[in-house]
Design a protein around this ligand. Structure first.
Ligand SMILES: Cc1cc2nc3c(=O)[nH]c(=O)nc-3n(C[C@H](O)[C@H](O)[C@H](O)COP(=O)(O)O)c2cc1C
Length: 359
């Protein structure tokens, strides 16, 4: 059986499927994030993804947890789980960000990963007076940015003269004491995103979508020239797993109905979205609950059906499943208890520490 890792999206802006849920009141607090990730670690999950937004992209008045400070804090209180923090290149200079990445690598004992995401929420930048270039220019900037970060977090002494950055004889210490460097993930579906993922990332994150689309995307990425280790693949998905398919479908309907209440917020989000972002164009063709494709990946059904679909994704190359649930705590427990054993693993922290794994 191919190696599979399971992760959870940290609740940095509360619940993922429907904001007004009597079963899960809105909570984006540090305490809720900390307790959720600690429980995920204890249950045996392998990773958590901490999304980056400076303002809540759905409800401007609601709380939003900061990804990088929260990830540093998570690094100090966890001991085994991989911590992946998203980063929009336009928000941080690459030298500053590389320093933060290496510091979290140090605090976590070699469990840190960064996820490059190239930004869709133009209001987040424009309201701060930060430049928000058009789509492909953002990727040109992101490519140069990542090329500098990747070398710095690899412990290299960097001198760089580019269109956007000038770096002179820069060395960051400590470099990783645990491996060559922290892992680099990338989430984005456009042509420049794919090219960048193949060239400079370790794992490409795919939004939740049906098996045939995921298979075609992976085929495309695998066909690209690449130096070094083969690219890995992660899939985002919202899970609704129940004893029977009928129960899972009923819960799906409950969340679809509740999500109706979020339509005004979704309209604001749509007006803040760069229309050239390919991921949103893909997502607009499907109906689902959750974010980043959510239930469009089809992980809705009986325990056996959900396990079969995970297995099918894994057979086309997905190694990491970055999961969403609602209500999160109860459902992440259920998934660990019901689905983990179907993959020959117990719902407990018996796995070896991640730092012993190769990059
Ligand atoms: C797994 C995953 C996680 C993401 N996390 C974030 C995030 O934390 N913040 C954000 O603004 N965008 C996030 N994104 C969204 C994309 O990176 C972003 O919209 C990008 O602009 C995609 O553009 P493209 O599809 O045109 O390449 C994420 C995407 C994926 C697949």
């Amino acid at each position: 059986m191919p190696h599979i890792r399971f992760g959870i999206w940290a609740p940095v802006h509360g619940n993922r499927a429907a904001a007004h849920d009597p079963l899960e009141p809105y909570d984006a607090s540090w305490e809720h994030n900390r307790d959720t990730v600690l429980e995920a670690e204890a249950l045996g999950y392998d990773a958590t993804l901490v999304a980056q937004h400076t303002v809540n992209p759905h409800f401007a008045e609601r709380d939003q947890l900061d990804s990088w400070t929260a990830t540093a804090a998570l690094a100090a209180v966890t001991s085994r789980i991989e911590l992946i923090s998203a980063i929009k290149p336009g928000l941080f200079h690459p030298v500053v960000l590389a320093k933060m990445a290496l510091q979290i690598e140090e605090i976590s004992g070699g469990r840190f990963g960064l996820n490059l995401v190239n930004a869709w929420n133009h209001a987040e930048f424009e309201k701060a007076g930060l430049p928000f270039p058009e789509h492909d220019a953002r990727y040109a900037y992101g490519r140069e940015w990542l090329s500098v970060v990747r070398r710095l977090i690899g412990g290299e002494t960097v001198t760089h003269r580019g269109d956007h950055f000038t770096v002179d004889d820069y060395t960051l210490r400590p470099a990783s004491r645990h491996r060559a460097r922290p892992r680099i993930y990338l989430g984005g579906e456009s042509e420049p995103a794919r090219a960048l993922a193949a060239d400079l990332s370790d794992v490409w994150f795919i939004n939740g979508q049906p098996l045939d689309s995921v298979e075609a995307l992976i085929r495309d990425l695998k066909a690209r020239p690449r130096a070094g280790a083969p690219l890995g693949f992660g899939l985002s998905a919202f899970v609704i797993a129940r004893e029977t398919e009928a129960e899972a479908k009923a819960e799906h309907r409950r969340l679809i109905e509740l999500a109706e209440k979020d339509k005004p917020a979704k309209a604001i989000q749509a007006s803040n979205t760069d229309p050239n972002v390919v991921m949103f164009q893909t997502m607009a063709q499907r109906s689902f609950v959750g974010t980043n494709g959510g239930t469009a990946a089809g992980l809705v059904g009986s325990y056996d059906q959900v396990a079969e679909r995970i297995d099918a994704f894994s057979r086309v190359g997905v190694e990491l499943f970055m999961l969403q649930f609602q209500p999160l705590r109860a459902e992440q427990r259920r998934f660990a208890e019901e689905i983990f054993p179907r993959f020959g693993r117990a719902a407990n922290p018996s796995r070896p520490a991640l730092k012993s794994e190769a990059l």
